[in-house]
Design a protein around this ligand. Structure first.
Ligand code: TXA
Ligand code: MG
Length: 349
């Protein structure tokens, strides 16, 4: 299959390109499109065959459910049932935006979309191209991140092409995404709203909106006995091809430790990468160095993380040592993704 890539600006929400993309969605095909978090791989969420194509293109395990994207709050009751007041409170506060809520599903949504679950994940994205596509398609759009299963999520259209060229008919290229890390997921089918995946919207922000919130213990630790409730959070994910090890501690001790490790690895003939910040550029000897940006720019770190992990793949390194970037806000989502990419290998110095 030939994959077409169309550049589209945020102003072009009603354009011919959107109409063409919407007709692909309506006829049961796949379209990759930008959202404010990461690129999504979209299909008609009410069409079981179309949802099936997503799993095939990504190589995604069939028990890992998809997020349905809508363009107006009024469309929520078409796909979700037993909607509690918290849903409206969260939507008023954070939609359109990087928040996904889990609710009971309606019969309009097939089990192919929900990975066999009776619940549905729903989000209204804050990106004019995404909203324009959903509106023009006239259906909710099921969209996981548009990467091959297990690889870092795409923050540029070229990342989508890297993974899915020849497997899907159309990629809408809207440039670099704004946030760079997937949406926060909150489960509203529990007694207390429960965060199943951390993101730009923090637990504190959700508490402020609805009074109470907690985080699923399964996503915070490496203990395999405590299973995360979002099926997707149990896989090694977001991962570069090389082994990744995080070195955490006081700055000068981290630099010293990484330099020692680089020397050891090189003496065994291995190519080594180091993931640091603008401040530590030049501090490491003999490794392929990549900066995630200035350390104080928390949002920039989130936006650059997946791109930098993909760039290390092109460098053909065998092992990557990373500084830690675990600040309290979106840094917690960065921590979650980096720990998963590293399969929880952390050295404390
Ligand atoms: O920011 C985002 O959320 C992006 C953009 C494209 O919107 N989408 C995204 O989708 O990250 P995906 O498929 O890569 O991640 C969806 C996550 C998975 O971990 C999945 O297991 C979980 O959401 N999920 C989906 N439906 C669920 C449900 N009914 N119950 C629990 N977890 C669910
Ligand atoms: Mg994903």
């Amino acid at each position: 299959m030939e994959t077409k890539i169309y550049q589209i600006t945020s102003q072009a929400a009603g354009s011919d390109i959107i109409k063409q993309a919407a007709s692909v969605i309506r006829s049961g095909g796949l379209v990759a499109f930008p959202t404010e978090t990461v690129y999504g791989l979209g299909a008609d969420a009410t069409n079981p065959k179309a949802a099936g194509k997503i799993y095939a293109a990504k190589g995604r395990p069939s028990d890992n459910p998809l997020i349905a994207h809508i363009c107006s709050y009024g469309d929520l009751s078409d796909i979700a049932a037993d909607i509690p007041p918290e849903a409206k409170m969260l939507a008023d506060m954070f939609w359109p935006g990087p928040l996904t809520i889990i609710l009971k599903k309606q019969s309009s949504i097939p089990y192919e979309t929900t990975g066999g679950l009776d619940t549905i994940a729903v989000r209204m994205p804050a990106h004019p191209v995404a909203l324009g596509l959903i509106r023009a398609s006239g259906c909710p759009i099921a969209a996981p991140s548009a990467n091959t299963s297990g690889r870092p999520s795409p923050t540029l259209a070229s990342h989508v092409a890297e993974d899915l060229d020849g497997k899907i008919p159309l990629i809408l290229d809207g440039g670099e995404v704004g946030i760079g890390i997937e949406s926060t997921i909150v489960d509203l089918t529990e007694n207390v709203p429960t965060i199943l995946r951390p993101g730009y919207i923090t637990e504190a922000m959700i508490k402020e909106a609805v009074g109470q919130a907690r985080t699923d213990p399964g996503i915070l630790c490496a203990d395999a006995a405590i299973r995360p409730k979002a099926p997707g959070m149990k896989y090694r994910h977001y991962a570069p091809k090389a082994e990744l090890v995080i070195v955490d501690g006081e700055a000068s001790a981290v630099i010293q430790k990484i330099n020692t490790l680089v020397k050891q690895q090189q003496s065994q003939g291995r190519q080594v990468g180091v993931l640091g910040t603008d401040e530590t550029r030049g501090a490491y000897q003999g490794a392929v160095f990549r900066s995630i940006g200035p350390r104080k720019d928390e949002e920039g770190i989130a936006r650059h993380l997946y791109r930098v992990l993909r760039e290390f793949d092109a460098d053909h390194v065998d092992i990557i040592y990373s500084e830690s970037f675990f600040t309290p806000g979106i840094g917690q989502a960065v921590k979650n993704r980096l720990l998963k990419a590293a399969a929880h290998q952390v050295l404390r110095v």
